[in-house]
Design a protein around this ligand. Structure first.
Ligand SMILES: Nc1nc2c(c(=O)[nH]1)N[C@H]1C(S)=C(S)[C@@H](COP(=O)(O)O)O[C@H]1N2
Ligand SMILES: [Mo]
Length: 246
């Protein structure tokens, strides 16, 4: 069965289930974790269906991995905001003092350097960055699984979301399923070398199961939390859907 057919079948099934539940659907959906934090206003129904279908049927599904031969010769770095003065200073020091600060619902909050991350675990995967505007490219991404980082910091059982913040004012968040997924990578390398600045260096969150905008570049802080809706911190780009499974 091809992907589109399978996905529309899934969406159809969820539509029927939601219709059958009637007025109780939203309450029940929230109770079972099937309603995304941005399920409000004009996107409510679509966002909820897409998120619910993925959570019910695709919790452990893997993003496609590509053979080395399909790595893009000239990967396209999206236009980025001018780095801050502080960022420029870090770049001049080759990011020796750059830290990823892990805070929130963890027993041992820690500022992690690239070297510390590298000592925890090294994974590499060849996946695609897909922009919502239509273009994409394949690259090898090297880093430390976010799940390993969270375990090392003693993530508490009450954790429901991970928010990640960038130096240029971007941030985004994912739920714990996505955070613990083996392909969600705290990325510090690309195509055999360190991660170049235009592609998000020194540290980028790669979330290959979702659209490119969830893969925030230049991250320096992780916040483990049990809610993003109340804090209005789910994402910096509020015109995009919070959940964008591909
Ligand atoms: N910090 C930061 N991260 C970001 C962006 C940005 O402007 N700033 N753009 C996002 C968007 S919309 C996409 S599609 C991808 C593009 O990745 P690329 O620059 O590697 O092509 O990065 C995402 N991460
Ligand atoms: Mo994008």
């Amino acid at each position: 069965m091809n992907r589109i057919t399978r996905r529309s079948l899934l969406a159809g099934g969820v539509t029927a289930a939601v219709a059958a539940l009637g007025g109780a659907a939203t309450a029940a959906g929230r109770r079972f974790g099937l309603v995304p934090p941005d399920a409000e206003g004009v996107f409510a129904a679509g966002n909820t269906l897409s998120y619910a279908a993925h959570r019910l049927f695709g919790r452990n599904a893997l993003a496609r991995e590509f053979p080395r031969s399909l790595i893009a010769a000239k990967p396209f770095a999206n236009k980025i905001s001018a780095p801050t003065e502080a960022f420029a200073r870090h770049e001049a020091e080759h990011f020796a003092n750059w830290r990823l600060d892990v805070r929130g619902l963890v027993d041992t909050p820690a500022p992690l350097s690239v070297d510390t991350l590298r000592r925890m675990e090294v994974r590499s995967q060849i996946t695609s960055v897909n922009c919502e505007e239509g273009w994409s490219y394949v690259a090898e991404w090297i880093g430390t699984p976010l799940s390993t980082v969270l375990k090392a910091c003693g993530m508490r059982a009450s954790a429901k979301y991970v928010v990640y913040f960038a130096d240029d004012g971007w941030w985004d968040s994912i739920d714990i399923d996505e955070a613990m997924h083996p392909q969600t990578l705290v990325t510090w390398g690309m195509n055999g070398g360190l991660l170049p600045v235009p592609f998000g260096g020194p540290i980028r969150m790669r979330v290959p199961r979702q659209l490119g905008y969830k893969s925030v570049k230049f991250i320096d802080r992780l916040l483990v939390t049990d809610s993003v809706a109340d804090l209005k911190i789910s994402t910096s780009v509020r015109s995009y859907a919070w959940y964008s499974g591909i």
